[in-house]
Design a protein around this ligand. Structure first.
Ligand code: FAD
Length: 398
Protein backbone atom coordinates (compact mmCIF):
# COMPACT_ATOMS: atom_id res chain seq x y z
CA UNK A 1 0.00 0.00 0.00
CA UNK A 2 2.93 2.34 0.62
CA UNK A 3 3.66 2.50 -3.11
CA UNK A 4 0.07 3.42 -3.92
CA UNK A 5 -0.10 5.94 -1.11
CA UNK A 6 2.82 7.99 -2.42
CA UNK A 7 0.61 8.95 -5.38
CA UNK A 8 -2.62 9.20 -3.51
CA UNK A 9 -3.83 12.65 -2.45
CA UNK A 10 -6.02 11.08 0.19
CA UNK A 11 -3.09 9.34 1.82
CA UNK A 12 -2.29 12.43 3.86
CA UNK A 13 -5.86 12.80 5.10
CA UNK A 14 -5.71 12.14 8.85
CA UNK A 15 -8.57 10.70 10.76
CA UNK A 16 -9.21 12.01 14.23
CA UNK A 17 -8.21 8.70 15.71
CA UNK A 18 -5.21 7.81 13.56
CA UNK A 19 -2.79 8.18 16.41
CA UNK A 20 -3.99 5.41 18.64
CA UNK A 21 -4.80 3.09 15.75
CA UNK A 22 -8.45 2.38 16.52
CA UNK A 23 -11.62 3.99 15.29
CA UNK A 24 -14.49 5.46 17.28
CA UNK A 25 -17.13 3.22 15.68
CA UNK A 26 -16.80 -0.53 15.88
CA UNK A 27 -14.80 -2.01 13.03
CA UNK A 28 -16.71 -3.95 10.41
CA UNK A 29 -15.39 -7.46 9.87
CA UNK A 30 -15.51 -8.56 6.22
CA UNK A 31 -15.27 -12.30 5.59
CA UNK A 32 -13.93 -12.06 2.01
CA UNK A 33 -11.56 -9.65 0.28
CA UNK A 34 -12.07 -5.89 0.19
CA UNK A 35 -11.77 -4.45 -3.29
CA UNK A 36 -10.91 -0.76 -3.52
CA UNK A 37 -12.49 0.79 -6.61
CA UNK A 38 -15.50 -0.14 -8.71
CA UNK A 39 -14.03 0.52 -12.12
CA UNK A 40 -13.72 -2.30 -14.67
CA UNK A 41 -10.81 -3.85 -12.71
CA UNK A 42 -12.61 -3.90 -9.37
CA UNK A 43 -15.80 -5.30 -10.89
CA UNK A 44 -13.89 -7.94 -12.84
CA UNK A 45 -12.05 -9.09 -9.72
CA UNK A 46 -15.34 -9.25 -7.75
CA UNK A 47 -17.07 -11.23 -10.53
CA UNK A 48 -14.22 -13.75 -10.79
CA UNK A 49 -14.22 -14.21 -7.01
CA UNK A 50 -17.97 -14.65 -6.97
CA UNK A 51 -17.74 -17.31 -9.63
CA UNK A 52 -15.39 -19.20 -7.29
CA UNK A 53 -17.84 -18.82 -4.43
CA UNK A 54 -15.87 -16.10 -2.63
CA UNK A 55 -17.85 -13.03 -1.56
CA UNK A 56 -16.15 -9.62 -1.58
CA UNK A 57 -16.86 -6.04 -0.60
CA UNK A 58 -16.20 -3.25 -3.09
CA UNK A 59 -15.51 0.22 -1.68
CA UNK A 60 -15.89 3.11 -4.13
CA UNK A 61 -15.25 6.77 -3.43
CA UNK A 62 -17.68 8.04 -6.09
CA UNK A 63 -21.40 7.41 -6.25
CA UNK A 64 -21.40 5.10 -9.29
CA UNK A 65 -19.55 2.22 -10.88
CA UNK A 66 -17.05 2.92 -13.70
CA UNK A 67 -16.75 6.47 -12.44
CA UNK A 68 -13.86 7.29 -14.78
CA UNK A 69 -16.09 6.48 -17.76
CA UNK A 70 -19.25 8.05 -16.36
CA UNK A 71 -17.80 11.25 -14.92
CA UNK A 72 -14.41 11.95 -16.46
CA UNK A 73 -14.49 11.22 -20.17
CA UNK A 74 -15.44 13.19 -23.25
CA UNK A 75 -18.67 12.54 -25.13
CA UNK A 76 -17.27 11.28 -28.42
CA UNK A 77 -15.15 8.60 -26.75
CA UNK A 78 -15.28 5.07 -28.11
CA UNK A 79 -13.15 2.15 -27.06
CA UNK A 80 -9.80 2.49 -28.78
CA UNK A 81 -9.44 -1.25 -29.16
CA UNK A 82 -11.96 -3.72 -30.65
CA UNK A 83 -14.51 -5.02 -28.16
CA UNK A 84 -13.09 -8.54 -27.94
CA UNK A 85 -9.95 -7.06 -26.35
CA UNK A 86 -11.90 -4.96 -23.85
CA UNK A 87 -14.48 -7.34 -22.46
CA UNK A 88 -14.31 -8.37 -18.84
CA UNK A 89 -14.03 -12.03 -17.79
CA UNK A 90 -17.05 -14.33 -17.89
CA UNK A 91 -19.42 -12.01 -19.78
CA UNK A 92 -18.78 -10.86 -23.37
CA UNK A 93 -20.16 -7.66 -24.87
CA UNK A 94 -23.65 -7.97 -26.37
CA UNK A 95 -23.31 -9.28 -29.93
CA UNK A 96 -25.18 -6.29 -31.40
CA UNK A 97 -22.56 -3.83 -30.09
CA UNK A 98 -20.28 -2.39 -32.77
CA UNK A 99 -16.64 -3.38 -32.99
CA UNK A 100 -15.61 -0.17 -31.19
CA UNK A 101 -18.40 0.46 -28.62
CA UNK A 102 -19.26 4.01 -27.66
CA UNK A 103 -18.70 5.35 -24.17
CA UNK A 104 -22.44 4.94 -23.40
CA UNK A 105 -22.42 1.37 -24.64
CA UNK A 106 -19.37 0.59 -22.53
CA UNK A 107 -21.07 2.09 -19.46
CA UNK A 108 -24.24 0.10 -20.09
CA UNK A 109 -22.11 -3.04 -20.48
CA UNK A 110 -20.46 -2.32 -17.12
CA UNK A 111 -23.84 -1.74 -15.48
CA UNK A 112 -25.14 -4.98 -16.96
CA UNK A 113 -21.99 -6.73 -15.72
CA UNK A 114 -22.52 -5.50 -12.17
CA UNK A 115 -26.19 -6.56 -12.33
CA UNK A 116 -25.41 -9.95 -13.80
CA UNK A 117 -22.97 -10.83 -10.99
CA UNK A 118 -25.07 -9.00 -8.39
CA UNK A 119 -22.16 -6.77 -7.45
CA UNK A 120 -23.21 -4.11 -5.02
CA UNK A 121 -20.37 -1.69 -4.26
CA UNK A 122 -20.52 0.59 -1.24
CA UNK A 123 -20.42 4.07 -2.76
CA UNK A 124 -19.08 7.34 -1.36
CA UNK A 125 -16.41 5.55 0.64
CA UNK A 126 -12.90 6.82 0.08
CA UNK A 127 -10.25 4.47 1.36
CA UNK A 128 -7.70 6.59 3.20
CA UNK A 129 -5.52 3.85 4.61
CA UNK A 130 -4.99 0.11 4.54
CA UNK A 131 -2.59 -1.26 7.12
CA UNK A 132 -1.67 -4.81 7.87
CA UNK A 133 -1.99 -5.47 11.58
CA UNK A 134 0.69 -8.06 12.26
CA UNK A 135 -0.79 -8.68 15.72
CA UNK A 136 -4.12 -10.07 14.53
CA UNK A 137 -2.88 -10.73 10.94
CA UNK A 138 -5.80 -8.80 9.49
CA UNK A 139 -5.88 -5.76 7.25
CA UNK A 140 -7.39 -2.61 8.74
CA UNK A 141 -8.96 -0.60 5.94
CA UNK A 142 -10.24 2.86 6.80
CA UNK A 143 -12.67 4.89 4.78
CA UNK A 144 -14.12 8.36 5.03
CA UNK A 145 -17.51 9.38 3.68
CA UNK A 146 -20.89 7.68 3.68
CA UNK A 147 -23.44 9.28 5.95
CA UNK A 148 -21.84 12.35 7.47
CA UNK A 149 -19.10 13.75 5.26
CA UNK A 150 -16.29 12.88 7.64
CA UNK A 151 -17.69 9.57 8.91
CA UNK A 152 -14.85 7.13 9.41
CA UNK A 153 -15.38 3.42 9.04
CA UNK A 154 -12.80 0.77 9.73
CA UNK A 155 -13.04 -2.61 8.05
CA UNK A 156 -11.09 -5.72 9.00
CA UNK A 157 -10.34 -8.30 6.34
CA UNK A 158 -7.80 -10.90 5.28
CA UNK A 159 -7.31 -9.70 1.71
CA UNK A 160 -7.16 -6.26 0.08
CA UNK A 161 -7.40 -5.87 -3.69
CA UNK A 162 -6.35 -2.44 -4.94
CA UNK A 163 -8.23 -1.53 -8.14
CA UNK A 164 -7.92 2.24 -7.98
CA UNK A 165 -6.90 2.64 -11.63
CA UNK A 166 -3.91 3.91 -13.58
CA UNK A 167 -5.77 7.01 -14.70
CA UNK A 168 -8.03 7.74 -11.76
CA UNK A 169 -6.18 10.91 -10.67
CA UNK A 170 -5.85 13.76 -13.13
CA UNK A 171 -2.41 15.33 -13.37
CA UNK A 172 -2.49 19.03 -14.21
CA UNK A 173 1.10 20.25 -14.43
CA UNK A 174 1.97 23.71 -13.15
CA UNK A 175 2.83 25.77 -16.20
CA UNK A 176 4.46 29.17 -15.94
CA UNK A 177 1.97 31.96 -16.63
CA UNK A 178 -1.03 29.77 -15.81
CA UNK A 179 -2.28 32.06 -13.07
CA UNK A 180 -2.32 35.11 -15.34
CA UNK A 181 -3.88 33.24 -18.29
CA UNK A 182 -7.37 34.60 -18.89
CA UNK A 183 -8.78 31.72 -20.91
CA UNK A 184 -10.05 28.50 -19.42
CA UNK A 185 -7.72 25.61 -18.55
CA UNK A 186 -9.37 22.20 -18.68
CA UNK A 187 -7.97 18.76 -17.99
CA UNK A 188 -9.20 16.09 -20.43
CA UNK A 189 -11.11 14.48 -17.56
CA UNK A 190 -13.24 17.65 -17.44
CA UNK A 191 -13.58 18.01 -21.22
CA UNK A 192 -16.91 16.87 -22.66
CA UNK A 193 -17.24 18.42 -26.15
CA UNK A 194 -15.73 21.18 -28.18
CA UNK A 195 -18.98 23.15 -28.45
CA UNK A 196 -17.84 25.83 -26.01
CA UNK A 197 -14.60 26.31 -27.98
CA UNK A 198 -16.28 27.24 -31.25
CA UNK A 199 -13.97 29.54 -33.24
CA UNK A 200 -11.42 29.69 -30.41
CA UNK A 201 -7.73 28.98 -30.52
CA UNK A 202 -7.09 26.05 -28.17
CA UNK A 203 -3.74 24.63 -27.11
CA UNK A 204 -3.89 20.90 -26.40
CA UNK A 205 -0.98 19.83 -24.22
CA UNK A 206 0.00 16.22 -24.76
CA UNK A 207 -0.27 13.93 -27.70
CA UNK A 208 -1.52 10.62 -26.32
CA UNK A 209 -4.74 9.00 -27.47
CA UNK A 210 -6.85 11.49 -25.48
CA UNK A 211 -4.97 14.60 -26.64
CA UNK A 212 -5.20 13.51 -30.27
CA UNK A 213 -8.91 12.74 -30.00
CA UNK A 214 -9.69 16.00 -28.24
CA UNK A 215 -7.94 17.81 -31.12
CA UNK A 216 -10.13 15.98 -33.58
CA UNK A 217 -13.23 16.84 -31.59
CA UNK A 218 -12.20 20.52 -31.50
CA UNK A 219 -11.89 20.46 -35.30
CA UNK A 220 -15.45 19.20 -35.64
CA UNK A 221 -16.59 22.17 -33.56
CA UNK A 222 -14.66 24.62 -35.75
CA UNK A 223 -12.17 25.51 -33.07
CA UNK A 224 -8.52 26.08 -34.02
CA UNK A 225 -6.47 23.59 -32.03
CA UNK A 226 -2.68 23.47 -31.73
CA UNK A 227 -0.94 20.49 -30.26
CA UNK A 228 2.13 20.53 -28.01
CA UNK A 229 4.25 17.42 -28.37
CA UNK A 230 6.95 17.08 -25.72
CA UNK A 231 8.43 13.79 -26.71
CA UNK A 232 8.64 11.36 -29.58
CA UNK A 233 5.52 9.29 -30.20
CA UNK A 234 4.44 6.25 -32.20
CA UNK A 235 1.32 6.98 -34.22
CA UNK A 236 -0.14 3.87 -35.86
CA UNK A 237 -3.27 3.46 -37.99
CA UNK A 238 -6.12 2.00 -35.95
CA UNK A 239 -6.53 -0.78 -38.52
CA UNK A 240 -4.17 -2.58 -40.93
CA UNK A 241 -4.99 -5.13 -43.64
CA UNK A 242 -8.64 -5.08 -42.60
CA UNK A 243 -7.88 -6.01 -38.98
CA UNK A 244 -7.35 -3.94 -35.87
CA UNK A 245 -3.68 -3.05 -35.46
CA UNK A 246 -3.85 -4.27 -31.88
CA UNK A 247 -5.41 -7.62 -32.85
CA UNK A 248 -2.96 -8.11 -35.72
CA UNK A 249 -0.01 -7.39 -33.41
CA UNK A 250 -1.26 -9.86 -30.82
CA UNK A 251 -1.64 -12.50 -33.51
CA UNK A 252 1.82 -11.87 -35.00
CA UNK A 253 3.41 -11.98 -31.56
CA UNK A 254 2.37 -15.61 -31.29
CA UNK A 255 4.77 -16.48 -34.08
CA UNK A 256 7.34 -13.72 -34.31
CA UNK A 257 9.68 -11.89 -31.91
CA UNK A 258 8.68 -8.39 -30.72
CA UNK A 259 11.25 -6.58 -32.81
CA UNK A 260 10.11 -8.21 -36.00
CA UNK A 261 6.48 -7.36 -35.28
CA UNK A 262 7.54 -3.79 -34.52
CA UNK A 263 9.36 -3.59 -37.84
CA UNK A 264 6.26 -4.82 -39.62
CA UNK A 265 4.04 -2.28 -37.82
CA UNK A 266 6.38 0.57 -38.67
CA UNK A 267 6.62 -0.46 -42.31
CA UNK A 268 2.84 -0.68 -42.65
CA UNK A 269 2.39 2.65 -40.86
CA UNK A 270 4.89 4.29 -43.18
CA UNK A 271 2.96 2.97 -46.19
CA UNK A 272 -0.43 3.96 -44.83
CA UNK A 273 0.11 7.27 -43.05
CA UNK A 274 3.52 8.31 -44.35
CA UNK A 275 6.43 9.80 -42.47
CA UNK A 276 4.88 11.30 -39.32
CA UNK A 277 8.06 13.23 -38.55
CA UNK A 278 7.11 15.63 -41.37
CA UNK A 279 4.44 16.92 -39.02
CA UNK A 280 6.72 17.05 -35.98
CA UNK A 281 5.66 13.65 -34.67
CA UNK A 282 9.04 11.94 -34.48
CA UNK A 283 9.12 8.28 -33.60
CA UNK A 284 11.02 6.90 -30.60
CA UNK A 285 14.20 4.96 -31.33
CA UNK A 286 12.63 1.67 -30.28
CA UNK A 287 9.51 0.13 -31.78
CA UNK A 288 5.96 0.55 -30.45
CA UNK A 289 5.52 -2.81 -28.72
CA UNK A 290 9.04 -2.91 -27.31
CA UNK A 291 8.50 0.62 -25.96
CA UNK A 292 5.14 -0.31 -24.45
CA UNK A 293 6.71 -3.35 -22.76
CA UNK A 294 9.67 -1.36 -21.47
CA UNK A 295 7.97 1.86 -20.34
CA UNK A 296 4.20 1.35 -20.52
CA UNK A 297 3.96 4.15 -23.09
CA UNK A 298 1.00 3.33 -25.34
CA UNK A 299 1.19 4.03 -29.08
CA UNK A 300 -1.40 6.45 -30.42
CA UNK A 301 -3.97 4.75 -32.64
CA UNK A 302 -4.96 7.32 -35.21
CA UNK A 303 -8.68 7.75 -35.80
CA UNK A 304 -8.47 10.73 -38.13
CA UNK A 305 -6.44 13.34 -36.24
CA UNK A 306 -3.42 12.91 -38.49
CA UNK A 307 -5.46 13.95 -41.53
CA UNK A 308 -6.37 17.18 -39.71
CA UNK A 309 -2.71 17.80 -38.87
CA UNK A 310 -1.72 17.16 -42.50
CA UNK A 311 -4.39 19.54 -43.73
CA UNK A 312 -3.10 22.24 -41.39
CA UNK A 313 -6.34 22.37 -39.34
CA UNK A 314 -4.38 21.30 -36.28
CA UNK A 315 -1.16 23.26 -35.81
CA UNK A 316 1.83 22.14 -33.82
CA UNK A 317 3.76 24.32 -31.49
CA UNK A 318 7.30 23.85 -30.15
CA UNK A 319 9.40 24.10 -33.26
CA UNK A 320 12.52 23.27 -31.25
CA UNK A 321 12.66 20.09 -29.18
CA UNK A 322 13.04 20.57 -25.43
CA UNK A 323 15.22 17.49 -25.35
CA UNK A 324 18.14 18.63 -27.48
CA UNK A 325 17.23 22.09 -28.77
CA UNK A 326 17.15 20.87 -32.36
CA UNK A 327 14.14 21.40 -34.65
CA UNK A 328 11.57 18.69 -33.92
CA UNK A 329 11.08 17.86 -37.58
CA UNK A 330 14.11 15.99 -38.88
CA UNK A 331 16.00 16.72 -42.07
CA UNK A 332 14.89 17.83 -44.63
CA UNK A 333 11.83 19.36 -42.91
CA UNK A 334 13.37 21.13 -39.93
CA UNK A 335 14.10 24.49 -41.49
CA UNK A 336 10.69 26.14 -41.19
CA UNK A 337 8.56 26.79 -38.13
CA UNK A 338 5.50 28.94 -37.54
CA UNK A 339 5.09 32.71 -37.73
CA UNK A 340 8.33 33.47 -39.53
CA UNK A 341 10.57 31.20 -37.43
CA UNK A 342 13.35 29.35 -39.27
CA UNK A 343 16.36 27.22 -38.39
CA UNK A 344 19.55 26.85 -40.40
CA UNK A 345 22.41 24.48 -39.68
CA UNK A 346 20.68 21.92 -37.43
CA UNK A 347 20.62 19.08 -39.92
CA UNK A 348 23.57 17.03 -38.63
CA UNK A 349 24.77 17.13 -42.21
CA UNK A 350 27.50 19.75 -41.94
CA UNK A 351 27.77 22.57 -44.43
CA UNK A 352 25.84 20.67 -47.07
CA UNK A 353 22.82 20.69 -44.77
CA UNK A 354 23.41 24.35 -43.99
CA UNK A 355 23.40 25.20 -47.70
CA UNK A 356 20.15 23.36 -48.29
CA UNK A 357 18.45 25.04 -45.33
CA UNK A 358 19.71 28.48 -46.28
CA UNK A 359 18.53 28.12 -49.86
CA UNK A 360 15.04 27.00 -48.83
CA UNK A 361 14.71 29.71 -46.20
CA UNK A 362 15.74 32.41 -48.63
CA UNK A 363 13.25 31.16 -51.24
CA UNK A 364 10.48 31.07 -48.68
CA UNK A 365 11.15 34.54 -47.32
CA UNK A 366 11.64 35.93 -50.82
CA UNK A 367 8.10 34.86 -51.72
CA UNK A 368 6.66 36.63 -48.70
CA UNK A 369 8.92 39.64 -49.22
CA UNK A 370 7.57 40.05 -52.69
CA UNK A 371 3.95 39.30 -51.97
CA UNK A 372 3.35 41.18 -48.72
CA UNK A 373 3.14 44.96 -48.27
CA UNK A 374 6.27 45.08 -46.07
CA UNK A 375 6.39 48.87 -46.10
CA UNK A 376 2.84 49.15 -44.75
CA UNK A 377 3.43 46.52 -42.11
CA UNK A 378 6.57 48.30 -40.93
CA UNK A 379 4.77 51.60 -40.86
CA UNK A 380 1.92 50.28 -38.73
CA UNK A 381 4.26 48.63 -36.24
CA UNK A 382 6.33 51.83 -36.03
CA UNK A 383 3.18 53.77 -35.24
CA UNK A 384 2.00 51.29 -32.68
CA UNK A 385 5.25 50.88 -30.78
CA UNK A 386 6.68 54.34 -31.50
CA UNK A 387 9.89 52.81 -32.81
CA UNK A 388 12.43 54.02 -35.30
CA UNK A 389 13.49 52.14 -38.35
CA UNK A 390 16.95 50.62 -38.68
CA UNK A 391 18.35 52.68 -41.53
CA UNK A 392 20.46 49.82 -42.91
CA UNK A 393 17.38 47.72 -43.81
CA UNK A 394 14.99 49.16 -46.35
CA UNK A 395 11.93 47.42 -47.60
CA UNK A 396 12.86 48.10 -51.18
CA UNK A 397 12.50 45.38 -53.74
CA UNK A 398 14.98 44.43 -56.35
C1 FAD B 1 -10.16 8.13 -22.05
C2 FAD B 1 -9.71 6.70 -21.84
C3 FAD B 1 -9.99 5.73 -22.81
C4 FAD B 1 -9.59 4.42 -22.61
N1 FAD B 1 -9.87 3.50 -23.59
C5 FAD B 1 -9.48 2.22 -23.41
C6 FAD B 1 -9.78 1.22 -24.41
O1 FAD B 1 -10.39 1.50 -25.43
N2 FAD B 1 -9.35 -0.04 -24.20
C7 FAD B 1 -8.65 -0.40 -23.07
O2 FAD B 1 -8.29 -1.56 -22.92
N3 FAD B 1 -8.35 0.53 -22.13
C8 FAD B 1 -8.75 1.81 -22.26
N4 FAD B 1 -8.43 2.74 -21.30
C9 FAD B 1 -7.58 2.35 -20.17
C10 FAD B 1 -8.30 1.56 -19.04
O3 FAD B 1 -8.86 0.39 -19.55
C11 FAD B 1 -9.39 2.38 -18.38
O4 FAD B 1 -8.77 3.47 -17.75
C12 FAD B 1 -10.19 1.58 -17.34
O5 FAD B 1 -11.22 2.39 -16.84
C13 FAD B 1 -9.30 1.13 -16.18
O6 FAD B 1 -10.10 0.48 -15.26
P1 FAD B 1 -9.72 0.42 -13.70
O7 FAD B 1 -10.85 -0.21 -12.99
O8 FAD B 1 -8.38 -0.22 -13.56
O9 FAD B 1 -9.55 1.93 -13.24
P2 FAD B 1 -10.66 3.10 -13.17
O10 FAD B 1 -11.64 2.97 -14.25
O11 FAD B 1 -9.87 4.35 -13.04
O12 FAD B 1 -11.39 2.80 -11.79
C14 FAD B 1 -10.79 3.02 -10.54
C15 FAD B 1 -11.90 3.28 -9.54
O13 FAD B 1 -11.30 3.35 -8.25
C16 FAD B 1 -11.92 4.41 -7.53
N5 FAD B 1 -10.97 4.85 -6.51
C17 FAD B 1 -9.74 5.42 -6.69
N6 FAD B 1 -9.17 5.68 -5.50
C18 FAD B 1 -10.03 5.26 -4.54
C19 FAD B 1 -10.02 5.28 -3.12
N7 FAD B 1 -8.98 5.74 -2.45
N8 FAD B 1 -11.08 4.78 -2.47
C20 FAD B 1 -12.18 4.27 -3.11
N9 FAD B 1 -12.25 4.24 -4.48
C21 FAD B 1 -11.19 4.73 -5.18
C22 FAD B 1 -12.15 5.47 -8.59
O14 FAD B 1 -13.15 6.39 -8.20
C23 FAD B 1 -12.60 4.62 -9.78
O15 FAD B 1 -14.00 4.41 -9.82
C24 FAD B 1 -8.86 4.06 -21.45
C25 FAD B 1 -8.58 5.04 -20.49
C26 FAD B 1 -9.01 6.34 -20.67
C27 FAD B 1 -8.69 7.36 -19.61
Amino acid sequence: MEGKRVNDPFATAKTSNDDNGCSAAKPVCVPGPIIIGSGPSGLAAAACLKEKGVPSLILERENCIASLWQLKTYDRLRLHLPKQFCQLPLLPFPSDFPNYPTKQQFISYMEGYARHFELDPVFNRTVVSAEFDSGCRFWRVRTVGGGQPEAITEYLCLWVIVATGENAEEVLPKIEGMDEFEGSIVHTSGYKTGNCFLGKRVLVVGCGNSGMEVCLDLCTYDAQPSLVVRDSVHVLPQEMLGRSTFGLSMWLLKWLPVRMVDRFLLLMSRMMIGDTSRFGLTRPDIGPIELKNATGKTPVLDIGTLEQIKSGKIKETNFFSEKDGFPRKPFPHGWKGENGLYAVGFTKRGLLGTSMDATRIAQDIEQQWKSRPIGELLHSVEQRYKCVRNPSVHPHRN
